[in-house]
Design a protein around this ligand. Structure first.
Ligand code: GUN
Length: 289
């Protein structure tokens, strides 16, 4: 049968190139390009690398970016005040606070502090509620990227059994809702799920977003299934590994995302899309300077 590799790097480049191609017209029409502000707190190397990737993607697409680097010791009040300044800054369309935050800062408070109109992550309770209600909203980047990959490879979730392993607010829950919206029958599995293998063996689409290297092995995959690996785990070898054991899964799956080069680059491409959507949303409400 053979397993088709889902090339997230290639698809993400297509998305970014399409956005890049729109920048001149947006600037011509509205006087400026979209602007994304990214806040990073502390010096977590993984966060620094993700944030660099986001700023670089803005440059590639031809959008403005603002990087705000705050020390690990910044107080919650100070961080909230920086967020508030960006909320009020008419030249900024998107505000992203890189997670995780240091333990002395309440992440929910910070996420709630971003105005929903600039919440490019789609983490604000208003966007979460609108997603679950089926209203217009900012869709979180990683789940949106997963759906874009399925579409790019002609994998239609309608009527299929989709098993999502992981129930985070960032990936598991929203991706389950998006699959449901596309008429999949969705099962959410997690660390307390019994007989995980029995479930995953039935999955036509298997999305794994747990953060445990090698959690899913080939013997857990239904022949021909589409396996989407959202995990990013740095191994003792210094290399990145997904939640799926690539070699054994590739021997069984119909489609498989590699790590790196699968979902990761899509997250950033979707962030660029979300920034443009927030910019256009703000224009439509005449609040753009
Ligand atoms: N940390 C890990 N993933 C994400 C994400 O999608 N957005 C933000 N803001 N932080 C993250």
């Amino acid at each position: 049968m053979g397993c088709q590799l889902i090339d997230g790097k290639k698809v993400s480049l297509e998305v970014k190139d399409a956005l890049k191609g729109r920048m001149a017209a947006l600037k011509e029409q509205y006087g400026r390009v979209p602007c994304l502000a990214v806040i990073i707190v502390g010096e977590n190397p993984a966060s620094q690398s993700y944030v660099r990737g986001k700023v670089k993607a803005c440059e590639y697409v031809g959008m403005e970016s603002r990087l705000v680097a705050l020390p690990e010791t910044v107080s919650e009040a100070e961080l909230l005040s920086v967020v508030d300044g960006l909320n009020r800054d008419a030249a900024v369309d998107g505000v992203l606070v890189q997670l995780p935050l240091p333990a002395h800062i309440d992440e929910d408070k910070v996420i709630n502090g971003i105005v929903p109109e600039k919440d490019v992550d789609g983490f604000h309770p208003r966007n979460v509620a609108d997603l679950w209600l089926g209203a217009k909203c900012t869709v979180p980047c990683t789940p949106k990227g997963v759906m874009h990959l399925l579409d790019a490879y002609g994998i239609d979730p309608a009527g299929k059994l989709a098993v999502v392993i992981g129930r985070s607010n960032i990936v598991g829950k929203p991706v389950a809702k998006l699959l449901l919206d596309r008429n999949a029958t969705v099962v959410m599995a997690h660390s307390r799920t019994k007989n995980l293998r029995e479930l995953t063996l039935q999955a036509d689409i298997l999305v794994v977003a747990v953060g445990r290297a090698g959690l899913v092995t080939g013997d857990m995959v239904k022949p021909g299934a589409a396996v989407i690996d959202v995990g990013i785990n740095r191994g003792a070898d210094g290399k990145l590994h997904g939640d799926v054991d690539f070699d054994s899964a590739a021997a069984v799956a119909g489609y498989l995302t590699p790590v790196p080069g699968g979902v990761g680059p899509m997250t950033i491409a979707m962030l660029m899309e979300n920034t443009v959507e927030c910019y256009l949303g703000r224009i439509s409400t005449c609040s753009l300077a």
